[in-house]
Design a protein around this ligand. Structure first.
Ligand SMILES: [Mn+2]
Length: 306
């Protein structure tokens, strides 16, 4: 029986490229594996797949009775809906430990690095499996995406070394330029419906019993949002009501200025000031130096809810 290798809901490049790279590795070491995905691929991920000649993994939402290897999270809210009826055989992740549990022993590759694909590279090295050039390319792009071309505080020396090694294998000379091309694709938000933008990189978190949704859009210049910001605000207000959430936050991240404007709808806006020490005005606040949801946005908010 083949295992399925799958990332989180609303998959990002790390989830998609990681599923492809890890499934390839598993097949090389005699463990049959099929990469899958839990949602549509983003324009950024499509750009990466096209650049290196891959099709998106198969869309598969139900895993009851199957073996599953989880990539890029350990959270129930981000896992397949029927994950309790599947057997989780392994996880590879670089986030805080979530609430997924298993009934059988599992393989666990969790490291505090900038990207799951950095850990998958460590797995290739561990098993002494050669990485094909096109797989090296998508792994490299996932790391450049997750680390915001090394600017994110989540980026480690291991991530930088990994990108350099993968660029060599992939035959990419200027990986920073390719990274910027990727972020240019990400910055093309005009003409996209507000809901699609809000959901493009959206995660729900359980914070001390409160459901909090946090979306993030990373762009090269925040002026791309000037004409659509009020639409985005109206949409996150709707999303909060639809999901019976305590709060919905949308981070508009400027990767050049290295900070984020947070748009806020909340049952209790004071929690934002408590978490970040900055007072929102009219549901908006600028958070200087904040690029990383997992490292700079989620932990202070968890603490504020505790
Ligand atoms: Mn990731």
């Amino acid at each position: 029986m083949a295992m399925y290798v799958v990332g989180h809901k609303i998959p990002d490049s790390d989830s998609i490229c990681g599923a492809i790279a890890l499934a390839y590795l598993k097949n090389q070491i005699g463990e049959a594996a099929i990469p899958t995905r839990l949602g549509e691929v983003s324009p950024e991920t499509q750009f990466i797949l096209d650049r290196f000649g891959f099709e998106a993994p198969e869309l598969k939402l139900s895993y009851a009775g199957e073996e599953v290897y989880i990539v890029d999270h350990t959270e129930k809210t981000q896992a397949p809906d029927d994950i309790d009826e599947a057997t989780v055989v392994g996880v590879v992740d670089h986030h805080k430990l979530g609430d997924l549990t298993t009934s059988t022993p599992l393989e666990c590759w969790i490291r505090p690095v900038g990207c799951s694909n950095t850990i998958i590279k460590m797995m290739y090295d561990f098993y002494n499996v050669k990485i094909p050039a096109n797989i090296a390319g998508i792994m490299m792009c996932a790391i450049l995406s997750d680390t915001v071309i090394f600017k994110s505080p989540t980026c480690t020396t291991a991530d930088i070394k990994c990108v350099e090694a993968l660029a060599e294998i992939a035959g990419v000379e200027d990986f920073k330029e390719l990274g910027m091309d990727m972020f240019k694709v990400k910055s093309a938000v005009q003409g996209t419906p507000a809901r699609d933008l809000v959901m493009r990189d959206f995660k729900d978190f359980n914070m001390n019993g409160n459901l909090v949704g946090i979306g993030q859009l990373e762009v090269i210049d925040l002026s791309v949002f000037d004409e659509i910001k009020s639409e985005l605000e109206a949409d996150i207000a709707k999303l909060k009501e639809e999901g019976n959430r305590h709060s919905v936050l949308l981070l508009l991240t400027d990767i050049m200025k290295e900070g984020s404007e947070m748009l806020i709808v909340s049952n209790d806006e004071s929690i934002i000031e408590k978490a970040y020490g900055a007072k929102p005005e009219a549901g908006r606040v600028w958070l200087d130096g904040v690029l990383s949801r997992k490292k700079q946005v989620v932990p202070p908010l968890q603490d504020a809810f505790a």
